[in-house]
Ligand binder design. Structure first.
Ligand code: TLP
Length: 345
């Protein structure tokens, strides 16, 4: 039986074109900025995102940490969503590595934070308070059903930040999913942003790598922080080569993942004992709740695995599924039937 792995879009394998590009890549020592393939990927990404400069990093986690440590000194504060990946899923790196103080604001179901709540979180000048340096957004929003933040919302946050002399960082791990579902150029989602992290190794199917972008000065400083974090990578053109293919060939097809995720949610919504919200599915992420508690979460996952489907388990009675390259329409129908079978047993 073949396994339908819906745990994450990080499980995607490199395409044949990526493997060939890796094999043929021009390489050099990137710590000396001499890897031509990396230089090309960085220039391409910056251009594509409408930013001045870019830097290849190992992972989204390293990209976010590098940006936060570049923006903030120890003891300075970053405002971020209480459901954000940086706050929940990056091992507290902002604090552990950079001494950056997190100030959370509730995320609404659409992945936004209320503007008045962001504004209220910004500290006034007072020796008792840490200095607010940064606001972090996440687009698409992983915990909020892959919701896409709009250009208007992003612009409103940027405007607020600028009025207070604060920077804005965007965790755009899945920024291309947002651009595709909103039908906008990705530059609309980065306009005015001071730094962005975009992942190549998720829906875009590259094996490794994220790229951070900002202005030239920012990226020059980020290069030092990346080195400090152990991310000076030498002949990493073998990573960048696959990243170039990811940007050139894998963006437009994300629409298929979105259609498949919606279909998956619709199918699941007809199964007794499970709950999901098909109308919230706009990109490639959906959540399901086990409302019929005849079996434990572990039993549910084990039974589903016996039926050939893997999903992830972000919280009690809550499961997550992501569609991605390598999961076709037929797999979606098979997964729905597997869930139906498990819920009948
Ligand atoms: N997310 C992973 C897990 O860590 C949960 C996943 O399976 O979704 N920002 C966002 C919004 C992410 O979803 C992720 C990865 C990251 C950053 C970190 O990227 P990596 O895994 O490359 O460090």
């Amino acid at each position: 039986m073949s396994i339908i792995d819906l745990r994450s879009d990080t499980v995607t394998l490199p395409t044949q074109a990526m493997r060939e590009a890796i094999f043929n890549a021009d390489l050099g020592d990137d710590v000396f900025t001499e890897d031509l393939t990396i230089n090309r990927l960085e220039a391409m990404t910056a251009e594509r995102l409408g930013m001045e400069a870019a830097l290849l990093v190992v992972s989204g986690t390293m990209g976010n940490a590098t940006c936060m440590l570049t923006h903030c000194a120890r003891g300075e504060e970053a405002i971020l969503g209480d459901c954000s990946h940086i706050f929940l899923n990056e091992a507290g790196g902002m604090s552990a590595l950079g001494g950056v103080f997190p100030h959370t604001v509730p995320n609404l179901p659409d992945g936004t934070m209320r503007l008045d709540q962001i504004e209220a979180a910004i500290r006034s000048e007072n020796i008792h308070f840490p200095r607010t340096r940064l606001i972090c957004l996440e687009n698409t929003h992983n915990r909020c059903y892959g919701a896409a933040l709009t250009p208007d919302y992003t612009a409103a946050v940027v405007k607020l930040a600028k009025s207070q002399g604060i920077f804005v960082h965007l965790d755009g791990a899945r920024i291309f999913n947002a651009a595709i579902t909103l039908g906008v150029d990705v530059r609309e989602l980065t306009r005015g942003i001071d730094s962005v992290n975009v992942c190549l190794s998720k829906g875009l199917a590259a094996p490794v790598g994220s790229v951070i972008c900002g202005n030239g000065k920012f990226i020059a400083r980020a290069r030092r922080i990346r080195k400090m974090l152990g991310g000076g990578m030498r002949q990493a053109g073998i990573i960048a080569a696959a990243g170039i293919v990811a940007l050139e060939e894998m963006v437009e097809r994300l629409a298929e993942d979105h259609t498949n995720a919606r279909r998956l949610a619709e199918g699941i919504s007809t199964i007794q004992g499970l709950a999901t919200e098909p109308d919230r599915v706009r990109t490639n992420i959906l959540y399901i709740d086990l409302i019929n508690r005849r079996f434990t979460d572990d039993e549910f996952m084990a039974r589903l695995k016996e039926n050939g489907v893997l999903l992830s388990h972000p919280g009690p009675a809550r499961f997550r599924m992501l569609t991605h390259h390598g999961i076709g329409e037929a797999d979606i129908e098979t997964a729905i039937e597997a869930l139906r079978t498990v819920m009948k047993t």
